[in-house]
Design a binder for this molecule. Structure first.
Ligand code: BES
Ligand code: ZN
Length: 869
């Protein structure tokens, strides 16, 4: 068994040659009848299927997708004639061809196949997931792995209906896309046959089956039954997800003019799962930590993440599932839309969380890739397995989401919603292109949406909008200039003729409310403003661009910081940081701006500032400067920390608790405050001993900082803790903090642990990738990786492999840039070409930034403390 898994696995990790895998369009499927017979003990499965197809032409061969399957019987039935077929496979293009002696006529035919496969351990196709002694057969098909479970026309626009049934032991249950139609004992065995109702027309990548012992809690909304299912023993962790799903279904039924189209909705926690979650029609699958929670003992972040993941996947039921993009090059429309949409129902459910501020973090994730030369346009060619998998990046999700949000701001939420609904109605149960989407929004809103969209979707990069206010003869004006922004000063200095059709909305003066929006469609534009005005050029952070102001204007904005919305404050900090990277501002100026946030009470804004300070501590300061910097941080935030204290007050809201957690973590980590670190450890131990005694939001931060400078005692305490964890989320808190130990010997232990049998494949490489983030661990982690590669690779799935390569982008040293490149050239990781190029560019950008900003940083560190107070 093990050897089979290993061989299979190696074939996944070695990047396959770039072979196009598209099928022709002469044979199209209408309906699949599928029966699976998994053997969980032997880790194999048998399948039988009948596919009703339409032949456009006469043909004596039919090609469809199949990978790692064997076929024992193949026939094609046409009219009353059953044609036996011989089968050939092309593994490199993941196809198989049925060859017939006599040609088939154009028209209807039915393919009949018996096949067999392995329940693999690489988390894709129909795979084996284990927890304790329990075994599960479960699916993950997006983007192109349905073909590993059944021969199929595995392309998103080859939609068909499905009749699915599964034969399995009587004590095992089965979950699939639709409601159970019948569940009958098999007469000759100890098995039962579970048959599901016919699905509506849908894409193969959205088919799902989960076989094994599950426990479910049930609810409903607007007539749709909803269940949250998990492996036995965790049912008490399902109530939060169930309540969220009910609330969101109602929200979406109100937002969309089409009510939920799939009859029932299951949310299933799978014990080993590569992605966070997957939007299978009517049966959304999750990694356990993205679904299950012990609500009273879960941090705000954990609750928000679970809620947003559920909201994201449920948005796909309409956008992605009901209407699917024609091909993977437009994946951004599915994922960008779901990313954009996910904060809405959560905002309606828990307004006090202000999850909409997370949209700014999403923009920043996109910027971090899109300011590089190695970025790509949102829409890009993607034909091979690797190319398609590489599409699941921050450009698809975060830039896609940001651009959709920008359009919604520009046309207004009601016009946008009307356009969305018209698009969904026109293409329901079918496919569409991005043009279909934006042309509909343009038609409904009457605004120039398509030219804006085209300029953002087909061009790479972030626009830089430079704004210079002028005043002449009492007449004020604002001169705007746009060009492409790069984080690298040399690239930014080169002439660029790239420009966008850019909606710019400005908030003028101190007054809240809407300022004018203009569409900038040339390189330069002048706007009339009052002479004494200090306009903010990205109202509510709704636009996808970096704004550059002259230094005195930044100072005046900093002086009226409290008149900006939280989104605008985040935007200002982010943009100023971008300009530091690009050499257009000094880090000293940035730090002065950061200092004006020392009394910031909005946790998302505080985190925005704190994140940059942590980056500086990790990458830009060294030796005695680092200590001086840490001392500055302590002095800066001590008053806020003092005000908040360690103890949550009963009447306090979640966001105040989140602020306390962030401030304490900043003092402990970036400030390395000894007192805070000591107290962090004792508070955390007390919390673990009795979770009801403390604040889970604070505890979550403490998990990450308590290991700093700690010894083997605490390490053992963490390993014990994760073994006994009461929820997947608590387990993650222990697990992912293991790489925060700063003692190199403990770090080694943490890394060895990451590839041990105790850590499931879903977490191994992700855990290692985290160790690259911190200055204390990254060198050790990189050397360890080089010497443990074979073992690491055995526990790496496609997505986590890409994450691992991407993670090396935090290794801010010039020698390592070369090492990383050489190492992954010799040890290629699937779907990571772009991730590697970006990692290398990030390392070099970071090194150049450190050199360029050293004088400014030193000057700031040595200048009189009082001026930063
Ligand atoms: N469709 C994706 C799942 C997916 C990701 C499949 C990558 C294949 C490859 C799903 O809708 C998704 O986006 N999941 C996110 C979570 C979400 C909250 C951003 C994920 O898995 O990270
Ligand atoms: Zn998604």
């Amino acid at each position: 068994m093990k050897t089979v898994g290993r061989i299979l696995f190696l074939s996944l990790m070695i990047a396959p040659a770039a072979v196009g895998q598209r099928l022709g369009t002469d044979v199209l499927p209408n309906h699949y009848e599928l029966r699976f017979n998994p053997d969980l003990e032997k880790a194999t499965f048998a399948g039988h299927e009948q596919i009703d197809v339409d032949l456009k032409k006469s043909t004596s061969s039919i090609t469809l997708h199949a990978a790692d399957l064997t076929v024992s019987r193949a026939t094609v039935l046409q009219g009353k004639t059953r044609h036996p077929a011989t089968v050939t496979f092309k593994p490199r293009s993941e196809t198989m061809t049925l060859h017939l002696k006599r040609p088939l006529r154009p028209g209807a035919a039915t393919i009949g196949l018996d096949f067999k496969g392995t329940l693999n351990d690489s988390l894709r196709g129909l795979y084996l997931a284990k927890v304790g002694s329990r075994r599960y057969a479960t699916t993950q098909f997006e983007p192109t792995d349905a073909r590993r479970a059944f021969p199929s026309f595995d392309e998103p626009d080859m939609k068909a209906t499905f009749d699915i049934s599964v034969v399995t032991d009587r004590r095992t249950s089965v979950i699939s896309n639709s409601r159970v139609q019948s569940d009958e004992p098999e007469k000759t065995s100890s098995k039962h046959v579970v048959t599901f109702e016919r699905t509506p027309k849908m894409s193969t990548y959205l088919v799902a089956v989960a076989v094994g012992e599950f426990e479910c809690s049930s609810g409903s909304m607007d007539g749709t039954p909803i269940r949250v299912c998990t492996t036995p023993g965790k049912k008490q962790l399902t109530s939060f997800a169930l309540e969220a799903a009910e609330s969101f279904l109602h929200y979406y039924n109100g937002y969309f003019s089409t009510p939920y189209p799939y009859g029932k909705l299951d949310l299933v926690g799978i014990p080993d799962f590569e992605a966070g979650a997957m939007e299978n029609v009517g049966a959304i699958f999750y990694r356990e930590s993205a679904l299950l929670l012990d609500e009273p003992h879960a941090s705000l972040r954990a609750r928000e993440d679970v809620a947003e993941t559920i909201a994201h996947e449920m948005a796909h039921m309409w956008f992605g599932d009901l209407v699917t993009t024609n091909w993977w090059n437009d994946l951004w429309l599915n994922e960008g839309f779901a990313t954009w949409m996910s904060s809405k129902p959560v905002e309606a459910w828990k307004p006090e969380w202000k999850v909409e501020l997370g949209d700014q973090e999403s923009i920043e994730k996109a910027f971090n890739v899109d300011v590089l030369k190695s970025t790509r346009p949102i829409r890009a060619r993607a034909d091979t397995y690797d190319e398609i998998n590489e599409m699941f990046d921050a450009i698809t999700y975060d830039k896609g989401g940001a651009v959709i949000r920008m359009i919604e701001n520009f046309v207004g939420p009601e016009a946008f919603r009307a356009g969305v609904n018209r698009y969904l109605t026109e293409h329901a149960y079918g496919n569409a292109s991005a043009e279909d989407f934006w042309n509909t929004i343009e038609k409904v809103s009457g605004k120039p949406v398509s030219s804006i969209m085209k300029s953002f979707v087909d061009q790479p990069g972030v626009p830089l909008l430079s704004a210079v206010p002028r005043c002449q003869d009492q007449t004020g004006s604002l001169e705007l200039t746009q060009r492409r922004f790069f984080a690298n000063p040399t690239l930014l200095a080169q002439p660029s003729d790239q420009q966008w059709t850019l909606p710019v909305c400005l908030r003028s003066g101190a007054a809240a409310g809407t300022g004018p929006c203009v569409v900038m469609s040339s390189r330069q534009q002048k706007l009339p403003i009052a002479c004494d005005e200090v306009p903010f050029l990205n109202m509510n952070g709704g636009g996808y661009y970096v704004t550059e102001y002259p230094a005195p204007v930044v100072q005046r904005l900093a002086a009226r910081i409290s008149t900006l919305t939280p989104e605008e404050r985040m935007t200002l900090v982010r943009d100023e940081w971008m300009l530091v990277q690009a050499g257009r501002a000094h880090v000293g100026e940035f730090l002065d701006l950061a200092a004006s946030f020392r009394q910031e009470h909005e946790p998302a804004v505080f985190d925005e500032v704190a994140g940059k300070l942590a980056f500086i501590a990790n990458n830009l300061v060294a030796g005695p400067d680092r200590d001086a910097f840490r001392a500055r941080i302590r002095a800066l935030f001590a008053p806020l920390a003092g005000e908040l204290g360690w103890q949550a007050k009963p009447e306090e809201g979640d966001r105040t608790r989140a602020l306390r957690a962030s401030v304490i973590a900043t003092l402990a980590d970036t400030g390395r405050d000894p007192e805070t670190l000591t107290r962090a450890r004792s508070t955390l131990r007390a919390f673990v001993a009795n979770p009801s005694s403390g604040d889970p939001t604070l505890a979550e931060s403490l998990f990450g900082v308590a290991p700093i400078g700690a010894g083997p005692d605490l390490f053992d305490f963490y390993v014990q803790g994760l073994r006994q964890a009461r929820s997947p989320d608590e387990r993650d808190n222990f697990l992912y903090a293991l790489i925060r130990f700063t003692d190199p010997a403990l770090l080694q232990r943490a890394l060895d642990f990451a590839i041990s049998a105790e850590v499931p494949t879903q977490d191994s490489a992700n855990l290692i990738a985290r160790a690259f983030r911190n200055a204390d661990s990254r060198e050790v982690a990189w050397q360890w990786l080089e010497s443990h590669w074979d073992a690491v690779r055995r526990k790496t799935s496609t997505e986590s492999g890409t994450n691992l390569v991407a993670g090396t982008g935090s290794l801010c040293s010039s020698e390592t840039a070369g090492d990383v490149k050489r190492f992954f050239a010799a040890h290629p990781v699937a779907a990571s070409t772009a991730a590697l190029a970006r990692a290398e560019e990030r390392i070099r950008t970071c090194v150049a930034l450190r050199e360029a900003q050293a004088p400014s940083l030193r000057a700031w560190l040595t200048k009189d403390q009082m001026t930063t107070r």
